[in-house]
Design a protein around this ligand. Structure first.
Ligand code: B12
Length: 219
């Protein structure tokens, strides 16, 4: 895609020009743009929206509209990702991934993209939704044959919820049975260490690659 269209789409989303943003997204899809590039544009636009929110230029309604736009755009690109995924990659990997947005956090667009990407890459995924308590993760690990737990969260307070969840899994005697990855927002190696998770991922593909690595090891 041209740099001009790339930048234009970022600005349309950031400026809340919903109709035009969706039209340009469709145009890019029709031109054969790489769907993961479109998702990356969404993420970049969300950073601008977030900055404007911090600067008191935008308020909660804009966050809601941004979330709705992003949801629609990811629905538009999803079929393209399913179509382009190699058949080889769709083979059942035999691992089940449990994912959820941790307690206190309602952000789920990124988690839903991760869930979708894991699914099209052949992983069985159980998605517990948003605002998931540590106990709900524990119950689901016990009830299902879980190999990997993915904790998502965008708010700073989510880091404490992630830590509590990892601790609760350990106290329940289940820590050695699962690998735990975290993602969403500003996670890094320091946050990973703080939460006690095994790894962190900055985007959906890193979640997929991490699961491939772990399940490969387990096989
Ligand atoms: C849309 C949005 C909302 C929507 C969310 C809608 C929804 N269904 O998710 C709504 C309106 C609900 C919302 C509410 C709030 N929000 Co908000 N929101 C945003 C916004 C603009 C975009 C978030 C987003 O979807 N990004 C795009 C996705 C695709 O990115 P992502 O989540 O990071 O996911 C990718 C990766 O992180 C990774 N990933 C995600 N999960 C996982 C998991 C694993 C295991 C792995 C490996 C990888 C991985 O892969 C994904 C795909 O590539 C951000 C700003 C920003 N910078 O993005 C603020 C932002 C997150 N919100 C913020 C705030 C303050 C709030 C509110 C408190 C506002 C209020 N006063 O009410 C509430 C909190 C509600 C709650 N309890 O959660 C702040 C958070 C500040 C902080 N550090 O804590 C931000 C950063 C804005 C800002 N700059 O101030 N928000």
């Amino acid at each position: 895609m041209s740099n001009e269209k790339h930048d234009k789409l970022i600005n349309l989303i950031a400026d809340m020009e919903e109709d035009e943003a969706l039209e340009l997204t469709q145009e890019l899809i029709d031109e054969g743009a790489d769907p993961t590039d479109i998702l990356e544009i969404c993420r970049a636009a969300m950073d601008i929206v977030g900055q404007r929110f911090e600067d008191n230029e935008y308020f909660v309604p804009e966050l809601i509209l941004a979330g709705e736009m992003l949801d629609q755009m990811s629905e538009m690109v999803k079929p393209l990702i399913s179509d382009t995924t190699d058949e080889e990659d769709k083979e059942d990997t035999g691992g089940t991934v449990l994912i959820g947005t941790v307690h206190g956090d309602l952000h789920d667009i990124g988690k839903n993209i991760v869930t979708f990407m894991l699914d099209v890459n052949g992983f069985k995924v159980i998605d517990l939704g948003v605002d998931v308590s540590p106990q709900a993760f524990i119950d689901a690990i016990k009830e299902n044959s879980i190999t990997v737990v993915g904790l998502s969260g965008f708010l700073t307070l989510a880091f404490d919820s992630m830590k509590e969840t990892v601790e609760a899994i350990t106290e329940a005697g289940l820590r050695d049975d699962v690998k735990i990855m975290i993602g969403g927002g500003q996670v890094d190696e320091q946050i990973r260490g703080y939460t006690g998770a095994d790894s962190f991922g900055l985007n959906a593909m890193s979640a997929v690659n991490q699961c491939k690595e772990w399940l490969g090891e387990a096989a």
